[in-house]
Design a protein around this ligand. Structure first.
Ligand code: GLY
Length: 562
């Protein structure tokens, strides 16, 4: 009898706890520290900073600023982002260095006299830029947590800007594809009006000079004096609103991250003005009652359940979320267990729910796909997850020649006219309307996961509105389906965001049987649009404490460590 009880208890434990590491790691494995980012140069410099005695926060400053040099497509001084951290003592926190609307911005600023949205005004050139937050962000991180002097962190980056960065094949293609837009916005003589080929080296002496000023003067070197004056003048010459006063007033903000449990995991992600944490919390909680591991990786049941949870979560996201300094967000309702259970009460594995049957049906989003994420774990066990962006690839395409960087087109992440689609087919809600000094809603979801109170994963991705689903699927792929970190990053992904009421699948990753099966349940599949979904850079802590990197093969992404 006692033996039987023992067997019962063992079976119970094994059925309720997921087994650790059924799979061998397939990504880079290191013993102590790792940086995974969109470019080898940035991952290397971040790792070197840790080797020199810096911590994950010093490496964050280094990686973020290196990406501004090595990956101007999304890395930036002229944009903004979010960072979530977990210190080795378990303390967690988050930093919001999202761009803000200029003081002169107003709700109708992108509308003509008839109230119609003016094409390109929120996406291209000086009118599209919000007040940049990146430099304030890295300086706030350095001031609060940094160990190394700023000079030690920034000198290698300034050296890289002077020496130059070699153009990759993917970068050459992007530069060529955007060249006409660079010329249209900045004129014929703009630096990126040249045709760069794979293997060319691009040097950034002007950017090196801007970085030198920041290294010497800190945050004020960017937000006051010569740099702020040149930035404001260039923006205004191109029709934009940013003034020196806007620059001087910008502050990054420490915020409480969104923290929730999913089965044995504790998930820590970004709070508003990013929608990432809230939306992911809703998706995971709606899925939690199901034995997802049994359904199988990317099986019809998994796609069906994930899609229905996403549909409901995105409907709330688009309606309720905005800058918490301006909008009251009903967290108590949105994250309440009973509310989320009720949201799934009409879910059935037999058929698709129609988005028109899920409330707040007038609102949809379609954000730009171009952003970048990096993940860091240091040799003391501190972890940093950060996502940074210019919004579109090369942002507004406005390149401030004298300062050596692109400006963001983040104003397009506001809803220019609540309830009406803009040029991307993007429709937003009142909670995300434009106001002076307000931060625009984001999907960026830098995330850290704990298991058994220990660091388990650091994860994030670019991908606009698909960020949230890509991060959630990567966590599920490792935890529920025992994929290695690298395999989870490589795994094909799918996406549904309530409206438009359709699923998109990455190319070649899903069988026609699965797709036909979903169609027979009433799902609309967008077979014309099969973009890549996310470019995830992640780190998993293995049971022996070593680290496995997942650097997305969809880009030039690279893991480095020791
Ligand atoms: N600009 C993309 C995002 O913030 O989600």
């Amino acid at each position: 009898m006692r033996k039987l009880l023992y067997v019962f208890i063992v079976v119970l434990i094994f059925t309720n706890c997921k087994q650790e590491e059924a799979t061998v790691p397939t990504g880079l494995v290191t013993e102590k520290a790792m940086v995974v980012s969109a470019r080898e140069e940035a991952s290397k410099i971040g790792t070197e900073i840790i080797k020199k005695g810096g911590n994950a926060f010093d490496a964050m400053v280094a990686t973020e600023l290196s990406l501004a040099v090595a990956y101007p497509f999304a890395g930036n001084l002229g944009g903004g982002g979010f960072m979530v951290y977990r210190k080795n003592n378990g303390e967690v926190g988050a930093l919001d260095y999202r761009e803000k609307a200029p003081l002169a911005a107003h709700k109708d600023m992108y509308l003509d006299s008839l109230g119609n949205v003016i094409p390109k005004m929120s996406t291209s050139g000086g009118t599209a830029s919000g007040v940049p937050g990146t430099v304030a962000g890295v300086m706030a991180v350095h001031e609060k947590f940094g160990k190394l002097p700023l000079n030690d962190i920034m000198e290698p980056i300034i050296a890289l800007a002077k020496k130059g960065v070699v153009v990759t094949k993917k970068q050459a293609k992007r530069l060529k594809g955007t060249r006409n837009r660079f010329i249209e916005v900045n004129g014929e003589s703009t630096k990126f009006g040249q045709l760069f080929k794979e293997g060319d080296t691009i040097k950034y002496p002007e950017l090196a000079k801007t970085l030198e000023i920041i290294m010497t003067e800190g945050k004020d070197g960017f937000y006051k004096g010569e740099v702020a004056q040149k930035l404001a003048t260039y923006i205004q010459e191109h029709g934009g609103l940013i003034t020196e006063e806007d620059m001087a007033k910008y502050e990054a903000k420490w915020r409480d991250p969104i923290v929730f449990d999913y089965k044995e995991l504790k998930i820590i992600s970004m709070s508003p003005p990013s929608s990432g944490g809230v939306t992911m919390n809703q998706i995971f909680k709606m899925m939690e009652p199901y034995d997802v591991a049994k359904f199988g990786h990317n099986s019809a049941q998994t796609v069906h359940l994930f899609t229905e949870a996403s549909r409901r979560a995105y409907a709330d996201r688009n309606y309720y979320l905005g800058d918490p300094d301006f909008v009251d967000i009903p967290y108590d309702m949105l994250l309440n267990d009973k509310y989320l259970k009720d949201r799934m009460s009409n879910f059935s594995f037999d058929k698709a729910t129609l988005s028109s049957e899920v409330s707040h049906g007038d609102v949809q989003i379609y954000e730009s796909m171009e952003t970048t994420h990096y993940s860091i774990v240091d040799n003391e066990g501190n972890a940093v997850s950060a996502t940074t962006t210019l919004n579109g690839g090369y942002g507004s395409k406005l390149y401030i020649e004298e300062l050596g960087f692109f400006m963001n087109n983040e104003m397009d992440d506001f809803s220019s006219k609540p309830g009406v689609s803009n040029m991307f087919g993007l429709i937003g809600a009142e909670a995300n309307s434009i106001a002076p000094e307000k931060r625009m809603l984001s999907s960026m979801s830098p995330t850290i996961v704990e298991k058994d109170d220990k660091l388990y994963m650091v994860v994030g991705t670019p991908g606009g509105s698909t960020i949230i689903t890509a991060v959630a699927q990567t966590i599920l792929d490792v935890y529920e389906f025992n994929l290695s970190m690298q395999d989870a990053v490589n795994a094909p992904r799918f996406h549904h965001q309530w409206l438009p009421d359709q699923i998109i699948f990455e190319p070649d990753g899903f069988s026609s049987d699965l797709i036909e099966g979903l169609k027979s349940k009433g799902y609309i599949i967008n077979e014309k649009r099969t973009p890549i979904i996310g470019k995830v850079d992640a780190i998993r802590v293995l049971s022996n404490g070593h680290l496995e990197g997942g650097a997305d093969k969809r880009g030039d992404d690279s893991a480095f460590g020791f």
